[in-house]
Design a protein around this ligand. Structure first.
Ligand SMILES: Cc1cc2nc3c(=O)[nH]c(=O)nc-3n(C[C@H](O)[C@H](O)[C@H](O)COP(=O)(O)OP(=O)(O)OC[C@H]3O[C@@H](n4cnc5c(N)ncnc54)[C@H](O)[C@@H]3O)c2cc1C
Length: 413
């Protein structure tokens, strides 16, 4: 019997096994998922934790229960991979051999990578919201904040969901208005990019929304360190950004066991062919979700579209047929711009986000690059769809490949 080993039982790992289990003969294929714990986190929900909309119970469910019947679950830390021998070593001393391997261990914030972040002000005036513990701690800090410089910062791309820090800035703006203290708050968004987003048309639209809300933007800021005593961010070109409350988005890295494995780049993201998701060096190794070095957004939506393509390709691969589909990098993200309002971005490797309607041309119901209440409802309904549709291996009524239908070509000024 052949063995498909999936490392990581988060969004990508769970969606992949939910789709593959019914496709692979149970007498021919054993499937195992390895994850370090039994808590599946709906990570997009972290955005709402600092504002009290969601708590732990809304974003965490038992991991085992999200996996389909016929899939074994091993709760253990992955320690290393030997791709030459096709084996994975676990931290508890066990070794798991595989015929085919899927790496879906995501990408994690590394506050330790920037000097000073984990200093005396960590979780006092220096926060992050890319972990549940961080988002919970930030809630207390936002509630207690009574005015001053509130700085939202991105260290370096790629990060999971590159728009989430912008959303946090928009929601903080709304919260401070609601509390009647907005005139005492200087809100600043600090980014290593030359604009609010990685692609020019969306960057222009989002910059307009930031300006409308009085959120200042500091671009091209490549951080060297945080100075906890002076409460400042210091860049390599000696710019200094003071803060009273900092929400930083740390550098992201793939899992540590990928370092030195011969599979990954310097940020420990697995180097794959962007069309097939197969390792550039080992034909029986694939990577999905945030763990892969794909030139598109690290997003749950991307993992979902990639899983669709991967399942067809994997079935062909194990039957010795050519891989039928090429993944196009399709991604979409709802960007919350205020409570009850959001814009939607839809793009792929080749096309940047454009205005228009999605998924039905001319009808929507979602509006691309334009704020609407419907987009916000889409964002909030997505949590239900995640647990009940996507993790079960079912499809949403949106096409997997990117399409230009319904989009108006716009050029950034
Ligand atoms: C604040 C925030 C907001 C977001 N908003 C959105 C959004 O609005 N829309 C959207 O589409 N996406 C959003 N995302 C991104 C989305 O959550 C990720 O893209 C998605 O979770 C990636 O899935 P994954 O399976 O690759 O990684 P994960 O879901 O992170 O799963 C990785 C799994 O691997 C396990 N693992 C890692 N290392 C090891 C090891 N050594 N041993 C054993 N197990 C290991 C982990 O425990 C984890 O369960 C957001 C993310 C964040 C943090």
């Amino acid at each position: 019997m052949k063995h498909l080993l999936v490392l990581g039982g988060g969004s990508a790992g769970t969606m992949v096994v939910a789709k593959l289990r019914p496709r692979l003969d149970v007498d021919a294929w054993r499937i195992t998922v390895v994850d370090r714990d039994d808590e599946h986190h709906y990570r997009p929900g972290y955005l709402f934790v600092p504002f009290g909309t969601y708590g732990r119970a809304d974003v965490v469910r038992p991991r085992r229960r999200q996996l389909p019947d016929g899939v074994a679950f091993v709760e253990a830390e992955v320690a290393s991979i030997d791709p030459e021998a096709s084996t994975v070593a676990l931290a508890d001393g066990r070794t798991l051999p595989y015929d085919q391997l899927v790496i879906a261990t995501g990408s994690r914030p590394r506050p330790d990578a920037t000097p000073g972040v984990l200093g005396a002000e960590w979780r006092a005036s220096v926060h992050e919201f890319y972990t549940l513990e961080g988002a919970e701690a930030l809630r207390g800090a936002i509630d207690a904040f009574d005015g001053g410089r509130f700085v939202v910062h991105v260290t370096e791309m790629p990060i999971s969901c590159p728009v989430a820090p912008l959303e946090l800035a928009f929601l903080a703006d709304a919260r401070f208005r609601e509390r009647g203290i907005r005139d005492r708050v200087e809100l600043v968004y600090v980014t290593p990019l030359d604009g609010a987003f990685t692609r020019p048309v969306a960057a222009e639209r989002l910059a307009h929304l930031l300006a409308e809300r009085g959120i200042a933007v500091e671009t091209d800021f490549v951080i060297e360190r945080v100075d906890p005593a002076a409460k400042t961010l210091v860049s390599f070109d000696d710019r200094v950004v003071p803060f009273d409350l900092l929400v930083t988005t740390p550098l992201h890295k793939g899992a540590d066991f990928l370092a030195g494995s011969g599979l990954a780049d310097e940020l420990q993201h697995v180097e794959v062919d962007p069309g097939t998701l197969r390792s550039r060096r080992y034909p029986n190794v694939f990577a999905l979700g945030d763990a892969a070095d794909l030139p598109t957004s690290k997003a749950g939506a991307t993992a979902h579209y990639a899983a669709d393509v991967f399942v067809e390709n994997f079935a062909a691969h194990v039957e010795g047929r050519p891989l039928p589909h090429a993944f196009d990098g399709h991604a979409n993200c709802f960007v919350v711009t205020a409570p009850g309002r959001a814009v939607l971005l839809d793009f792929d490797y080749a096309h940047e986000p454009q205005p228009g309607h999605y998924p039905l041309p001319g009808l929507g119901p979602f509006t691309l690059l334009e704020e609407s209440a419907m987009n916000f409802d889409g964002k909030m309904l997505f949590r239900w769809a995640y647990w009940n549709v996507l993790l079960r291996g079912h499809d949403l009524p949106f096409p997997t490949p990117y399409t230009q239908a319904g989009k108006r070509a716009e050029v950034a000024r």
